[in-house]
Write a new protein. Structure first.
Length: 128
């Protein structure tokens, strides 16, 4: 069992109405996407891909914000979280599409695109 699963179980019960396993998967996908996008943005900067770097940086910011919101279930608001999940999906899809344009020549873009697609899928599942 992961530390995240242990923490989710240790949190006080709330009326969030969410599946803890779905939330855990979404937190982990957001974390992975934030890390991949941050590293991709850094690499892109050295390769002169300004738009891709900017998209990656924004994706990392959105993913980190969503992840932090999910880690505070006591303040969970279903309407706000639904909007945040929609934002995560939109940003992840946009970043993945941008990175996929460079994936054939850039391994970090290929990995980032995969992490973004996984985050979009996890956020969709969380919102369902």
């Amino acid at each position: 069992m992961s530390m995240m699963a242990d923490m989710m179980k240790a949190m006080p019960a709330t009326d969030a109405g969410t599946d803890p396993m779905s939330m855990q998967a979404c937190i982990e996908a957001c974390s992975a996407a934030a890390m991949a996008a941050t590293m991709c943005a850094d690499a892109d900067g050295g390769e002169g891909m300004g738009r891709c770097a900017s998209m990656c940086a924004s994706t990392a910011d959105v993913a980190t914000t969503a992840m932090r919101m999910m880690m505070r279930p006591a303040g969970y608001d279903a309407t706000v979280m639904a909007s945040m999940m929609g934002t995560c999906v939109a940003m992840a899809e946009a970043c993945a599409a941008e990175c996929e344009q460079h994936a054939a020549m850039s391994e970090h873009c290929r990995i980032c695109a995969m992490a973004c697609r996984a985050m979009a899928d996890a956020c969709r599942a969380m919102a369902a």
